[in-house]
Design a binder for this molecule. Structure first.
Ligand SMILES: CC(C)(COP(=O)(O)OP(=O)(O)OC[C@H]1O[C@@H](n2cnc3c(N)ncnc32)[C@H](O)[C@@H]1OP(=O)(O)O)[C@@H](O)C(=O)NCCC(=O)NCCS
Length: 165
């Protein structure tokens, strides 16, 4: 099996969005974004997102099975901070190191761009995800209680930071 991680091309926006939607639909308790909100986005907005941020694809035998994105916080006073978002590896491809490869490249790029910290949020009842984040040095600095509501269920969110300086 060959694994490869590289930037998603704008011509791959549709494949990227299909995989993202798959993650949001299969794992409503792992993401703060609702599938119906994401589905409403036109393809042109996805292309803009890919152009504006740093969006990675993880390929297993040339099939896109993993994604992760990095974006700067907007504004002159927040430009030293980046957000890691939308990390997803298709269930069948998990446990083979793709999450690590995505994370390694994201952090290398964050350093290259001079960010001083990378923030992320993760649902507190998602240990599989936060184990990966802990392994890569993302410290827990706060928990937002009842941050996400899915039907009648509430989920707390961990706020984590990886210092780069
Ligand atoms: C989060 C995600 C990208 C990680 O990818 P992965 O291939 O599963 O990651 P890894 O196998 O490298 O590491 C997962 C860790 O969780 C552990 N794990 C596996 N299954 C688990 C389970 N059911 N419960 C708790 N931990 C579990 C693994 O042993 C490993 O721990 P380790 O670091 O001690 O070895 C992937 O699981 C995923 O896409 N999940 C659904 C979407 C999601 O949660 N995205 C993150 C949103 S913030």
């Amino acid at each position: 099996m060959s694994l490869n991680v590289r930037r998603i091309l704008t011509s791959e926006a549709e494949a990227y969005q299909l995989l993202r939607m798959e993650g949001l639909i299969r794992h409503p308790d792992c993401f703060r974004i609702a599938p119906e909100d994401e589905a409403a986005l036109p393809l042109a907005d996805i292309v803009k997102k890919i152009e504006a941020g740093y969006v990675l694809g993880g390929f297993q035998d040339d099939v896109l099975v993993g994604i992760a994105g990095l974006s700067a916080f907007p504004g002159a006073k927040a430009g030293h901070k980046a957000l890691l978002w939308g990390m997803y590896v298709r269930e069948e491809a998990r446990g083979h190191g793709l999450a690590d490869q995505l994370m390694d490249k994201i952090l290398q790029e964050a350093k290259r761009r001079g960010f001083q910290q990378v923030q992320l949020t993760v649902i507190a009842s998602n240990p599989r995800a936060f184990k990966v984040y802990e392994r890569w040095g993302f410290e827990l600095y706060a928990t937002e209680l009842k941050s996400v509501k899915v039907g009648d269920a509430y989920f707390d969110e961990q706020l984590r930071v990886r210092w780069l300086t």
